[in-house]
Each structure stands twice: as C-alpha cells, then as structure tokens.
Design a protein around this ligand. Sequence first.
Ligand code: PCA
Length: 322
Amino acid sequence: MKLFKYFFTILASLLIFSNISLAEKWDMALAYGAGNFHSANATEFAKNVSEKSDGKLTIVTHPGGSLFKGGEIFRAVRTGQAPIGERFMSALGKEDPLLEIDSQPFLATTYSDAMKLYKASKDEIAKSLESKGLIFLYAVPWPAQGLYSKKEINSVADLKGLKFRAYNSATVRIAELTGMAPTKIEAAEISQAFSTGAVESMITSPTTGKNKKIWENGVKYFYDIAAWFPKNMVIANKDAWDKLDKSTQDLIRKEAALAERKGWQLSKMGNKNDKKALADAGMIVGKVNATLKKHFEEVGATMSKEWAEKAGSRGQKVLSAY
Ligand code: PCA
C-alpha cells in the first residue's frame, strides 16, 4: 500500500510537471493605450492564439506601456524579458535603416503604395531582425501623418522656431530642415508635453491626436500632409519562439497574417473617421498651402538622398523592388 502511494505520487507529479512545461504563457508588451486600434487588434490576435492553441500557449496583452514603455519594448523582446511585443518600426533606425523606410516623406502617400513598400521591404527587415534574435510576425500602419499646431501655419516662416514633438530620427530631421526645434517624445507623454508648453506642434496621425484629445491641450490646427504611413510591428523573441512546437508556431503565423489584414482595414477606417473626430471636437482640419507643400516635398527629397546613403545597397535593393 505504501509503495502504491509512493508510485502514485511520482506519477501525479510527473503529469503535473509535463503539463506545466507544455503550457507556455507569453506576456505581450504594447506601448499604446487599450483603446488604440493597434492594441485592440493585438489583443484580438492574442485571444485567438490563446483560444486555438489547445492550452499550449496563452498570450496576455499589457497595453499602455504597463509592462514596458514604448522606448523599451524592442530591447525587452530582444533580451527575452518579454517574449513578444509591439514597437513603432521607424524609431529603430539605429538598429537598421530599413526600419525607417516607411517614414521617408512622400515615398508612399497612399495605402496601396504603403502596402507595396511594405511588401518590398518585409523580407529584408525580417532577415535582419532574425539575425538579432527576433521573429517578425506582422506590421500595421498608422493613418497618414499630419501636422498639428497650436497656432495657424501659413508659411515656412510660421514654422521657424516652433517647439516640435518628434517621434523618430526622420521627424527630427524634418524639423531641423525646417528650422523648428525638435524634442523626441514617446506618444505616452504627448498630452503632458503640450499642456506644459514643452512643445507646440507635432506630426502624427489623426488617430493619435484623437486618442490624446489633443484639442484639450490648446492644439487647434491639423494639416493633412499625408506624406507617409509609419508602421508598428509585432515581434517575438527567437528563443521563446523556438520553445514552441511546430503547430503552435503555425497557428501564430496564421493569426498574425489575419491580424495584419484586419489592422490595415482598421487603419484605413481611422484615416477617415479620426480626422472627422478632430473636426467634430472643434479643431480646424485642412491642408497646407502650396508653398508649404513644396517646402515639405523639398525636405523629403533631401531626406531621401540622406537615407539612401545610410541604407546602402540593401536600401537600394528594396527601393528598386518598390
Ligand atoms: N502615432 C504614434 C506613431 C505614429 C502615430 O501616428 C506617435 O505619435 O507616437
């Protein structure tokens, strides 16, 4: 009887142990608020994977930078502190200039061109991420980027000296070539930066302005420049990925492809609806005048040259494919 109990205990602990080692839990780091369409989409992706993996993998999302802040997520996933996360690609130009290709002004100004550019650059980007121990899963663009300002902008002179919130090296460069004074600030700190007067202008999507209720911080004008569609990407740590069995990896790939399709749709909807939301909140929504447009196009041309030099032959390859 004693022996039977002994064997039973061993058998039970073996079963429990093997169950635990089979069931993985991934915490997913998201920088943007739960209400943001990127976060909502990632949450649906996580839910679908969790429900369909036969208990083998549960993905728990942590929106609003609650696990890691935007600026920390890439490193956290790379080092395995978070097995999966989402990051704004073009903030990572120092890791790989190809990650900045979607923030080059006037290279892709429509969703269909943005998709073409994505397809042309995706494999090269995924390859370089893999060499850093990362698995690329999917990418979704923000709606077209526009210029926000507390005061009216009618000329290049009106932009001179403006305290400008930048979110990557490309927006810093736009500011420099325009005579604005840029400071890099993550999306989470936008409201504070405007309300304290640290900044008075920025270029971002109508979605981010709407989510931040930017009109409550004295921002009255939105100029729809629509010069690029920067993307967020979802990446996983390769060691964590390699621990999963083939069917779970296939499931993630399948759900990632679905999330990507849905994400692009949501982005397109936001591109229309969120501009309307800004106008409904009393902001003045319009286009820049012809002189300003020409100015931004010239800035864009300078930046294209600079970027091509930085990105070298890999960049050239992607640009010709595009
Ligand atoms: N919103 C993010 C990135 C691009 C966008 O539309 C931000 O402003 O930080």
